[in-house]
Ligand binder design. Structure first.
Ligand SMILES: *[C@@H]1O[C@H](CO)[C@@H](O)[C@H](O)[C@H]1NC(C)=O
Ligand SMILES: *[C@@H]1O[C@H](CO)[C@@H](O)[C@H](O)[C@H]1NC(C)=O
Ligand SMILES: *[C@@H]1O[C@H](CO)[C@@H](O)[C@H](O)[C@H]1NC(C)=O
Length: 428
């Protein structure tokens, strides 16, 4: 680890944020179009960052204007959860400062419920692991200024064979609302072969009918391409199967999710699944790449490790304010893969427009050795004469005040430099 760190220090790491300063772009893609007349953007800008399907609050529950942030129990704890873990996690989100950075949803995944409904047909919290009930837990979490999420399934059972909510949508939504729940993750196991397009809207309607604002997170694993229909159903929709704590899984999922970039926008987000940062299966560089790409792709930032026991490195990654700000940018346009080179396309440039005439650019080294990666202005959709300043969001400093036509950096194995750029002092 120490060796790796020293090696890191010798290389530039970027999640580059590119800024242009000619005119102020407001928080809508439409405003980007207004820059066509000036010499910053090439005519291919809008095909590179296609936003033709960009939704605007289509679910109209007022939630998810930026991707949701918080924590979910599954990736670390799986079925080994109880009310103590949830409370201590809420405490830890506050004490680590993560809550102040926006991680506010405390989401309980599968296994909170008893294996059978009660005589009234209601879901019941497992009396051994959640003896005080979910209402008490919601009160506790709310008392910390956080929000509570719960889990159910659009089928007859959850994946861990607790009762599912299909055909019980109204009763279960009413129960969740009576407990003060703020978020529902809705899974896809034991679904009777009924298409998701038929199984997911009834819960949307039931949640809406409660009159309480409940974030609706669809988890149909991308099986019927939810980006094509779920914008009017949920605030986010999983685009892939489950992530696991490995480089292979994380990269595969990033690529699968990228296909749907044009469909994301305020109110409805593509969800490539929860973060594995801090769970131990990837290197520091790989976790930094994971976090950078999820942020750039406007993915939900749901921490998946044990926040009661974070290493300094994990906390450093999860609490990078500049990277979080890319994810939460008001423009809400999903960044995407714009340029690949090298063997198997392992030298990659991912980029996306931000509010304020800025572009977030990630130089992602997926090769098995250190590589120099170049982002050309052409690939980014910029005129080649544009001068930009480049800021490294992991080093927290401007690495060059005046890059023209391209920007290159050496990037460590499996690392990702995230940069952002400003200011066009050319073309005066
Ligand atoms: C319910 O849906 C209507 C129509 O889409 C919307 O205006 C309203 O805000 C929704 N209410 C809640 C609580 O989600
Ligand atoms: C993790 O995901 C990768 C890529 O999809 C897969 O090859 C691997 O078998 C998975 N590992 C586990 C333990 O499920
Ligand atoms: C905290 O995490 C470390 C690994 O980072 C692990 O060895 C230790 O057992 C964990 N402690 C607790 C109380 O879970």
């Amino acid at each position: 680890m120490t060796k790796q760190k020293i090696r890191n220090a010798l290389l530039v790491h970027l999640v580059i944020l590119f800024f242009f300063s000619t005119s102020v772009v407001s928080a809508r893609v439409v405003s980007l179009l207004q820059n066509y007349g000036n010499p910053i953007f090439r005519s291919n800008f809008h095909s590179i960052y296609d936003t033709s399907k960009y939704g605007v609050f289509q679910l109209s529950n007022g939630l998810g204007k930026t991707p949701q942030m918080g924590w979910n129990s599954w990736n670390f704890f799986a079925c080994n959860i109880n009310e103590m873990v949830i409370k201590e996690t809420a405490d830890a989100l506050v004490s680590t400062g993560l809550a102040d950075l926006g991680y506010v949803y405390v989401n309980i995944d599968d296994c909170w419920s008893s294996v059978t409904r009660n005589l009234k047909g209601q879901l019941v919290p497992d009396h051994k692991t959640f003896p005080s009930g979910i209402k008490a837990l919601a009160d506790y979490v709310h008392g910390k200024g956080l929000k509570l999420g719960i889990y159910s399934d659009a089928g007859v059972f959850t994946c861990q064979v607790r009762p599912g909510s299909i055909f019980h949508e109204t009763d279960d939504a009413d129960l969740f609302a009576s407990w003060g729940v703020d978020y529902l993750k809705y899974d896809n196991c034991y679904n009777l072969g009924i298409p998701p397009k038929e199984r997911y809207p009834p819960m949307r309607d039931a949640l809406n009918a409660t009159g309480q604002k409940i974030f609706y997170s669809l988890c149909e694993w991308g099986v019927e391409d939810p980006a094509l229909w779920a914008d009017k159903v949920g605030n986010s929709w999983r685009t892939t199967g489950d992530i696991n704590d490995s480089w292979a899984s994380m990269t595969t999922i990033a690529d699968l999710n990228d296909k749907w970039a044009a469909y994301a926008g305020p109110g409805g987000w593509n969800d490539p699944d929860m973060l594995e940062v801090g769970n131990g299966g990837m290197t520091y560089q790989e976790y930094r790449a994971h976090f950078s790409i999820w942020a750039l792709a406007k993915a939900p930032l749901l921490i998946g490790c044990d926040v009661r026991n974070l290493t300094a490195e994990t906390l450093e990654i999860l609490s990078n304010k500049e990277v979080i700000a890319i994810n939460q940018d008001s423009l809400g346009v999903q960044g995407r893969k714009v340029q690949v080179s090298g063997a198997d396309g392992c030298r990659q440039v991912w980029a996306g427009p931000l509010s304020g005439n800025r572009l977030a650019v990630a130089l992602w080294n997926r090769c098995s050795k250190v590589a120099t990666i170049t982002a050309s202005w052409e690939a980014l959709g910029l005129e080649s004469g544009v001068h930009v300043s480049v800021r490294d969001l992991w080093q927290h400093k401007v690495v060059t005040g005046d890059a023209v036509s391209s920007f290159s950096a050496r990037v460590d194995i499996h690392d990702c430099q995230l940069i952002s750029r400003v200011s066009n002092h050319a073309h005066q």
